[in-house]
Design a protein around this ligand. Structure first.
Ligand code: 5GP
Ligand code: MN
Length: 338
């Protein structure tokens, strides 16, 4: 964030505002952690604040401090709309294009508020009065820490804020192992532990809450994995019937896509998950090295994200999606074997 933006934000926050904080649809640990951390921070500064999430999020995040205050746009629609309509400032966190909030998009477009974006995805859209975008950042949570630092107010970071920020940094960096994890990330994390984030407890709460049915679903996912060594690619499919058979709950497939990358020589991994209710196949893409899944998802599956982690969707059947994917893959042979 440049100094003009910092001055703008300071001047906005020096007045009482009605603030709404919004994560992307299907919020993950970084999205919820950053929203709830910013929520607690702005509350401490005496602002009127609400977090409005486009839809529900997984149970493994439902313990985050402030979780009970989140308004779900799908379930509490009129309250959510009212908060957005009345807002004077709207923070959008962990996304950079209004299409990422699904049904909430038109409500946000019609809002009269000043938008402030804090995000680390590629190619930000131009909708915010203040855009704090940095694709080199490990996570939006690390950026919210910086944001508080830019305002000169890290002394306001309490255990609740630290816990939320730690959670998002931990989940978005694959527990501090992805390329985006810098020495600065570790310094921020160390600071958060000092401020009261209980690192061991947070790991347990996020990762050690498997249900037997989720582990069985993982078994199915792994046995469905198709490995294409000539393309250094591995992909998994999960049909709605398979999800139903193992009592699928939101978040159950989190992390499944990463197993493909643990195979020696594999640099591109995907998971295709059928969602009959939405009539789509949700796709998660991951890579190691220079192969950009952001570009791949943008070009072929109406998605985007980061170089090494992206998402997208397909509106045709699983069978058609997979055959389309196989056709596309042929054109990437040299890029996947540089
Ligand atoms: P995931 O595969 O975990 O859903 O998402 C991986 C990354 O890609 C995340 O940073 C997420 O925000 C982003 N992403 C997921 N789905 C989409 C999508 O449909 N469009 C765009 N632009 N980004 C996505
Ligand atoms: Mn993120």
């Amino acid at each position: 964030m440049n100094s003009a933006d910092i001055t703008t934000v300071k001047s906005i926050l020096s007045q009482p505002q009605k603030i709404v904080i919004v994560p992307h649809r299907n919020p993950d640990g970084d999205a919820m952690g950053s929203c709830l951390a910013l929520y607690a921070f702005l509350k401490e500064k005496g602002q009127t604040v609400h977090v409005v999430a486009p839809n529900d999020y997984p149970k493994f995040l439902k313990w985050l401090p402030g979780n009970d205050t989140v308004i779900n746009f799908e379930k509490e629609n009129s309250q959510a709309k009212e908060r957005i309509d009345q807002a004077t400032v709207i923070f959008t966190l962990d996304f950079n294009d209004l299409s990422r909030v699904g049904q909430m998009e038109t409500v946000l477009q019609e809002a009269n508020a000043d938008f402030i974006m804090i995000d680390h995805h590629q190619q930000p859209s131009d909708y915010a009065k203040v855009t704090y975008s940095d694709v080199t950042m490990s996570s939006t949570c690390e950026m919210v820490y910086n944001f508080i630092d830019f305002l000169g107010e890290t002394s306001l970071i309490d255990a609740d804020i630290a816990t939320n920020l730690y959670t998002g940094i931990m989940t978005d960096t694959g527990s501090f192992k992805y390329r985006s994890t810098s020495s600065k990330t570790h310094r921020v994390v160390a600071e958060l532990i000092d401020k009261g984030a209980d690192n061991m407890e947070i790991h347990q709460k996020v990762f050690d809450t498997n249900s037997p049915s989720r582990l069985h679903l993982l078994g199915i996912a792994l046995s469905n994995m198709v490995i294409l060594p000539e393309y250094r690619t591995a992909y998994i499919t999960l049909s709605q019937d398979e999800l139903d058979q193992y009592d699928f709950k939101k978040g159950d497939t989190e992390g499944f896509v990463n197993y493909g990358l643990t195979l020696e020589g594999i640099i591109f991994a995907l998971i295709f998950i059928e969602n009959r209710e939405e009539g789509i196949i949700k796709i998660s893409l991951r890579s190691v090295g220079d192969f950009s899944v952001n570009e791949f998802a943008r070009a072929h599956f109406n998605g985007g994200g980061h170089t090494n982690a992206a998402g997208g969707r397909s509106e045709v059947s699983m069978e058609e999606t997979i055959s389309k994917f196989n056709e596309i893959l042929k054109t990437y042979k040299s890029k996947l074997n540089p």
